[in-house]
Design a protein around this ligand. Structure first.
Ligand code: OGA
Ligand code: MN
Length: 206
């Protein structure tokens, strides 16, 4: 899909429903390179943490995946960040959200790994505004992303991870979870952020 069409669909769907699910969002070649970049660095991944700064904790009951923040050292990472930077600017022009930054990491779920129901941001307590998830491989089963209707236990969307599918949603609005992986699962989770002061600390580190 060309970027113009991709961005048009993201903006329209996020505007109308708060989320967008787009298959074959980027060049298969780029997706493949990102997958290779992630896989070859697997030894550098570390257990994912929850919360930030002093609250940072490993919580094996909530999530089991391993993550690696982008270093920007690989061309594929820079290509991906370039797409997200264009999207950031477009979102700012259209929605006046004042997003100043995009941060992202690779995520790896081995068989059995999951991420239970959570928000990526809590109202007024985080500067994460919009979440993106990009899938790098296609497990034949398991590892579905479940997005729930706001203030409800009803399932809104059930997304099977497929290489090339991009999910975008408002971070404060949707509780979501990742069901246990039945095959290895690679993805990139990212967040557009606004400049927010939290407890007097401006732009706390990731
Ligand atoms: C996350 C997350 C969803 C997915 O990393 O916060 O919710 O489908 N990921 O990988
Ligand atoms: Mn999440």
């Amino acid at each position: 899909m060309n970027t113009e069409l991709l961005f048009e669909r993201i903006l329209e769907d996020v505007y109308n429903q708060g989320y967008a699910i787009i298959e074959q969002a980027m060049e298969p070649g780029l997706t493949q390179q990102l997958y290779t970049t992630a896989r070859t660095q697997l030894s550098k991944f570390s257990p994912a943490a929850i919360g930030r700064d002093s609250e940072l904790q490993l919580n094996n009951d909530i999530r089991k995946d391993k993550t690696l923040w982008f270093s920007g050292e690989c061309q594929s990472e820079r290509d991906y960040l370039c797409v997200m930077e264009s999207l950031r600017q477009l979102i700012n022009r259209q929605f006046f959200l004042g997003l100043f930054d995009y941060e992202c990491h690779f995520a790896y779920y081995k068989v059995g790994d999951f991420y239970k129901k959570h928000y990526d941001a809590f109202k007024g307590r985080s500067n994460r505004v919009i979440t993106t998830v990009y899938y790098l491989n296609t497990p034949s089963e398991g590892g579905e992303l479940i997005i729930y209707k706001p203030r409800s236990k009803e399932v809104l969307q059930r997304v099977s991870p497929r290489a090339g599918t991009l999910v975008v949603f408002e971070s404060e609005r949707f509780i979501h979870e990742v069901l246990p992986a039945k095959e290895e699962r690679f993805s990139i989770a990212g967040w557009f952020r606004k400049n927010a002061s939290i407890g007097g600390i401006i732009d706390p580190p990731k």
